[in-house]
Ligand binder design. Sequence first.
Ligand SMILES: *[C@@H]1O[C@H](CO)[C@@H](O)[C@H](O)[C@H]1NC(C)=O
Ligand SMILES: *[C@@H]1O[C@H](CO)[C@@H](O)[C@H](O)[C@H]1NC(C)=O
Ligand SMILES: *[C@@H]1O[C@H](CO)[C@@H](O)[C@H](O)[C@H]1NC(C)=O
Length: 450
Amino acid sequence: MEKFSVLVVSVLFFLPLLHGGFAKAAGTQDRSEEWGYAEVRPKAHMFWWLYRSPYRVEDPSKPWPIILWLQGGPGASGVGIGNFEEVGPLDTDLKPRNSTWLRKADLLFVDNPVGTGYSFVEDTTLLVKTDEEAAADLTTLLMKIFNRNVSLQKSPLFIVAESYGGKYAVTLGLSALKAIEAGKLKLKLGGVVLGDSWISPEDFVFSWAPLLKDVSRLDNNGVQKANSLAQQIKQQIEGGQYVDATKSWMTLESVVTESSNFVDFYNFLLDTGMDPVTLTAEEPSSRIAAKRYSRYLNSLRSSPVGDGDTDNFMDVVIREKLKIIPDDVTWGGQSEAVFSALEGDFMKPRINEVDELLAKGINVTIYNGQLDLICATKGTEAWVEKLKWEGLKSFLSVERTPLYCGDNKVTKGFTKSYKNLHFYWILGAGHFVPVDQPCIALNMVGDITQ
Ligand SMILES: *[C@@H]1O[C@H](CO)[C@@H](O)[C@H](O)[C@H]1NC(C)=O
Ligand SMILES: *[C@@H]1O[C@H](CO)[C@@H](O)[C@H](O)[C@H]1NC(C)=O
Ligand SMILES: *[C@@H]1O[C@H](CO)[C@@H](O)[C@H](O)[C@H]1NC(C)=O
């Protein structure tokens, strides 16, 4: 019970802004944490949570950075998953996380796009249908948080994304730069970081069969089935039939799952342990994807809160702390609708946006877990080679530097950089790099944010 009381007594201030009957922001008395709702469009409410680092070093020549964490899905909660399961100060047992990224930066979590996590829309027609719409909402959020706060404006903002979040990150990077240039957003963009990011769906679906064949998880029969579906997806993308491409992607996931006897898409050395019934039933894939997402993370937890269910943890324990979540908002209650609303954009590549960021001189860092399947390193390397960026040839020919962590002289990864493009290969990690390799992930974030 002790951990509960720590949470409850720490909340001591509310901003006296009320809208439609709910408080818009609150925080801890020492202001080390603040959270709130921003109305990014009428009736579209985005929830954010900012943590100030206790490890902050004051140095006017090197302002302390802020990381904006963008979760994937679409529809997965940054405030829930990224914060409590990956990089925030506490885990889902409310125990301190030694490898928290607060060691290197302040952390801003958001439930993005609206409808995700604690964010909500009053009318489902207000859910975003494209990555650009999500980026516009995020830009509005940043204006609301940063423009009124001179101290925040001094910190460079690093947009760090995981999975589908990468598509928001590159569109947000461009949208934020535009707003900065127009004088509408007061903020310094430090860089964009793409962790196991869904930047080019076509390259990922083509990577699956050969990768799984090489590690004995598919045979030639499975490869043939998977590749013919990948070919169909390629044609649908080329023909602009994006909704059909999303449907074929769902079919392809089922085929790969079946042919491989339930390989885990987030770590190809594992099985999903999924109930075969949910797979063969025609369930919406958002549901399957979200379940897989949290099942993998849950399986890594030693002693889960309550019955091991993140929904319960967020909806009961954390809601109690935050105080401002409206009673009729369920954490994740609109998540499936978020995925469905984006089904026409889900399979669209965002390679051009990466090119634009590189051409503008923005630092772009890509990192990838070795054992990821859904956003496999093989697929990431394939889309990187499609960049039109003038530095690409030189980047590809640079030698890699090995990475180690702690006293242990075991190779943990490799990195290389050329100009403003940086790449980290993280060994022994699946899709959720900070969970699987916390030490090397923390070092990497320190290097990126300096
Ligand atoms: C916690 O992290 C610090 C710095 O990253 C490290 O020196 C220390 O060994 C870690 N402690 C544990 C218990 O892992
Ligand atoms: C704005 O900056 C002040 C310090 O000048 C700080 O106390 C306050 O909490 C900040 N607000 C936000 C939302 O970051
Ligand atoms: C990009 O990152 C490098 C270090 O990796 C840093 O020296 C440089 O100033 C950064 N450039 C920009 C424009 O932020």
